[in-house]
Design a protein around this ligand. Sequence first.
Ligand SMILES: [Zn+2]
Length: 168
Amino acid sequence: MKKALHETDEVFIFQKSGKASIWDFKAEEVIEAINDSSQENNPVILNLRKWIVRYLNEGITDELLDDLNSKIQNNRYSKYVIPADLTGSVSDLPKNAYIAQYDTALNPESYAADDFSKLLTSGEFKRLKICKLDDCDNIFLGPPQSKWCSKPCGSLFRVRTKRRRDSQ
Ligand SMILES: [Zn+2]
């Protein structure tokens, strides 16, 4: 029998003020938040952006993982085993679930590193890119050959390249 996809996936749950929620936000949502200028002063989002830019420049190096581990090692998780039907899993095996204890004040750095670590290991970042237009620097998800976050950025890039060529 073919093994179901994601059978070994783990479930992350966070608990805040006694209420447990499944951690299920997607790379799309994270990227939307870090490109959103109204989130500029949100320390968690700022730290997440730092991790993502570093990942884009450096890839998954030993140094990146060392630094990441040093930021998340004090985050507290309780482990549970939960029935498959609670997780929406295709497998009927019970799953490991890790419940993050967010009630103990987590600093923004640890919180961001925790989020980044889950996205990094989920494979959600495979299509991650940074816009090649100098003053844009938006982060986006796109196919391997894509260079710009949007059509306007692509057009502007071409116009500027042409202008540079023409002025030489
Ligand atoms: Zn752009």
